[in-house]
Design a protein around this ligand. Structure first.
Ligand code: SF4
Length: 62
């Protein structure tokens, strides 16, 4: 299953990914930056990719 990965060099911790992710549990947890904490919950909607203002999120199959 694909899931997101966050480029830690681009993320500024805005939190849009956590806000738009529709899953429960949320795929993301954001403190200073976004962390992918529940990758298996991802349904591959790519809302996080489309809504990240820093373009810091990519999808991966790893
Ligand atoms: S692709 Fe969709 S379900 Fe997966 S982490 Fe991004 S917003 Fe959440």
């Amino acid at each position: 299953m694909a899931h997101p990965v966050v480029d830690e060099n681009l993320c500024v911790g805005e939190g849009d990914c956590e806000n738009v992710c529709p899953t429960d549990p949320n795929v993301f947890k954001v403190d200073e930056i976004a962390h992918v904490v529940n990758p298996d919950a991802c349904i591959e909607c790519e809302l996080c990719v489309d809504n990240c203002p820093e373009e810091a999120i990519k999808m991966t199959d790893d």
